[in-house]
Design a protein around this ligand. Structure first.
Ligand code: ATP
Ligand code: MG
Length: 478
């Protein structure tokens, strides 16, 4: 059957619609989501670059439940989506657009081959084909057979002969045998293979994506020496490793499994805090922790298990001169927010803004505690150094102890504050009370921000601490 997929939708719309994906990885994510979503429930997806008739093709093969020809028609139409949550798994796809925008962002043309329980079918969404036939509306050829498992025996098996001729003429598969071989190459009883060709080019000579790196697909950055560019921007493998908060499907890129990197597991000093949005009345956990990499930090925002925004700097992390929050990752799953249709952002609503504000204040809180802890560590380190150095020659200390100068993470010298208490060997027992006093000061300062005695504060600290809620009770080690 030839199907017109929408009343008067011009073929140009395929390109227009694809521009919602500014980069290729978000387009790829749409195709991965479709394999992951309930109803399809693939356990594995393979993303591979192959050559067919000397054309570079990007292929996505999954072992999910496949498609019937009716479903294939919905897949190639705009705005149909009837996915439902199943067994606690919420569908990421809701707009009925991701396949079209994603595939057409990656290349000009796509063919879908699918095996479902009762049917095998093939459909094609091709800008090149629509251009060649001077189509005024988007038209998609779909062919199907209801005889899976039986030996394929010639052209009479296919319904929709006109569509078959269009597919053979305009896709990389020039004979029925080639098409059938490709269908049979989908291992297992059910599954789907999407092949995209006429891939987008960066220039006449270069493809947009770089397939030359072993087991990866890269989106080249101009300046790779800039370590502040997080890998997930340039490496599909790195991007896929964080794409799902709780990975439920194995992703394979260029023949190699992606090791999932659940962000929360790699964090040191993890703490869980809670936020209750007014509109939801449900406690939403936010996990904070220190990242292994100090250049990658910020808020990871997930929606229905899927990464929407990565390393978003919030609150104190936005202030260049403020080192608070540097290296801290926050992870939140905001099922109560609405994503934009490219799934790279959230709708800018009051609830979204309140979420960011709340995360920012909890981040301040977490970072404040982390600073206290790092001071404690610095103090212990210094006292140990002092013990091994005692007695020392004269100098700067009140008891004649030489005072090594070490800086806390806010640039404040700790030696002056600690060593002035007494000589080094007796310092250690006094450390804990010192920290307690400082915590108490902090709490007092927060409860009465205007009455703080500046004498107990370092000169740099006052503005930062104003209005902070230390919130001891809600910060739970995890
Ligand atoms: N790999 C696949 N296996 C089986 N069915 C698929 C596959 N990919 C897409 N589909 C079907 O095609 C339909 C359209 O997919 P599409 O991504 O365009 O929209 P969606 O996932 O419903 O919504 P969204 O635009 O939010 O992604 C899906 O609802 C699904 O039924
Ligand atoms: Mg989708």
């Amino acid at each position: 059957m030839f199907v017109r997929v929408g009343f008067d939708i011009s073929p140009n719309y395929l390109h227009t619609n694809s521009t919602s994906h500014t980069g290729p990885f978000s387009a790829i994510a749409e195709l991965i989501d479709n394999a992951y979503d309930p109803g399809v429930d693939a356990e594995q997806i393979w993303i591979t670059m192959t050559q067919i008739r000397e054309m570079e093709c990007l292929t996505f093969r999954d072992n999910g439940n496949g498609l019937s020809s009716d479903k294939m028609l919905e897949m190639l139409s705009f705005g149909y989506s009837d996915k439902k949550a199943e067994k606690g798994k919420h569908p990421i796809g809701i707009y009925g657009n991701g396949f079209k925008s994603g595939s057409m962002r990656l290349g000009q043309d796509a063919i879908i081959l699918s095996k479902s329980e009762n049917e095998e079918c093939v459909g094609m969404l091709s800008q090149t084909y629509l251009e060649k036939i001077l189509a005024k509306q988007i038209t998609v050829p779909i062919i199907s057979t209801k005889k899976p498992g039986e030996k394929h025996s010639g052209s009479e098996m296919w319904e929709n002969r006109a569509s078959l001729s269009a597919i053979l003429e305009h896709s990389p598969f020039k004979t029925e045998e080639e098409l059938l071989t490709e269908l049979e190459a989908i291992e297992g009883p059910t599954g789907t293979k999407i092949i995209i060709w006429n891939l987008r080019r960066a220039s006449e000579r270069n493809m947009e994506l770089d397939f030359t790196k072993e087991n990866d697909i890269r989106f080249p950055c101009d300046d790779t020496s800039d370590t502040s560019v997080p890998d997930y921007n340039s490496s599909l493998r790195a991007y896929c490793s964080i794409l799902y908060l709780k990975p439920k499907m194995q992703i394979n890129i260029q023949g190699k499994k992606v090791e999932t990197d659940p962000i929360t597991k790699g964090l040191t000093n993890p703490h869980k805090k809670y936020y209750t949005p007014k509109t939801v009345k449900e406690k939403i956990p936010i996990i904070f922790g220190d990242n292994r990499s100090k250049t990658k930090y910020g808020l990871m925002m997930y929606h229905k298990n899927r990464l929407i925004k990565a390393y978003l700097r919030v609150g104190c992390q936005l202030k260049a001169k403020n080192r608070r929050g540097v290296g801290v990752i926050g992870v939140i799953e905001c099922i109560y927010l609405k994503t934009t249709h490219n799934k790279q952002d959230f709708e800018d609503t009051i609830t979204y803004r309140n979420t960011i504000q709340n995360v920012a204040s909890k981040l301040r809180d977490y970072s404040g505690k982390r600073r206290i802890n790092s001071r404690a560590e610095a103090v212990i380190e210094i006292s140990e150094t002092s013990i091994s150095n005692t007695p020392q020659t004269s100098g700067e200390g009140p008891s004649g102890t030489k005072r090594p100068r070490r800086n806390c993470d806010d640039g404040e010298s700790v030696t002056d504050r600690v060593l002035s208490n007494s000589a080094a060997p007796t310092l250690l027992p006094q450390l804990i009370p010192y920290i307690d006093v400082e915590k108490k000061e902090l709490q007092e300062a927060n409860s009465k921000p205007n009455e703080r005695k500046t004498a107990t504060e370092g000169p740099n600290r006052e503005p930062e601490l104003k209005g902070e809620a230390v919130g001891e009770g809600e910060c739970q080690p995890f």
